[in-house]
Design a protein around this ligand. Structure first.
Ligand code: SF4
Ligand code: SF4
Length: 72
């Protein structure tokens, strides 16, 4: 079954890899599997699946993730 998609190319999600400490929380809280861990850091693997819920932003301990709902 195809998963629900948000609009393509409009998510304001950004990840600052330099700040990421690899805690893995964003991959666990994201309901749409936008992140995966690679070499001890998070990376965005499916930005168009992001619905800008803010869960990753609220859980990242080092503010490596940002999103601005309503901009797109
Ligand atoms: S804002 Fe929500 S949907 Fe988007 S990456 Fe973060 S947790 Fe996932
Ligand atoms: S929650 Fe933040 S520090 Fe933790 S893996 Fe994700 S981006 Fe990196």
């Amino acid at each position: 079954m195809e998963s629900l998609r948000y609009l393509e190319g409009v998510s304001t999600l950004e990840l600052n890899s330099a700040l990421c400490v690899g805690c893995n929380l964003c991959t666990q809280v994201c309901p749409h599997h936008v992140f995966e861990m690679a070499d001890g850091k998070a990376e965005i693997v499916d930005i168009d699946a992001c619905m800008e819920c803010g869960a990753c932003v609220n859980n990242c301990p080092v503010n490596a993730v940002s999103v601005h709902p309503g901009v797109g």
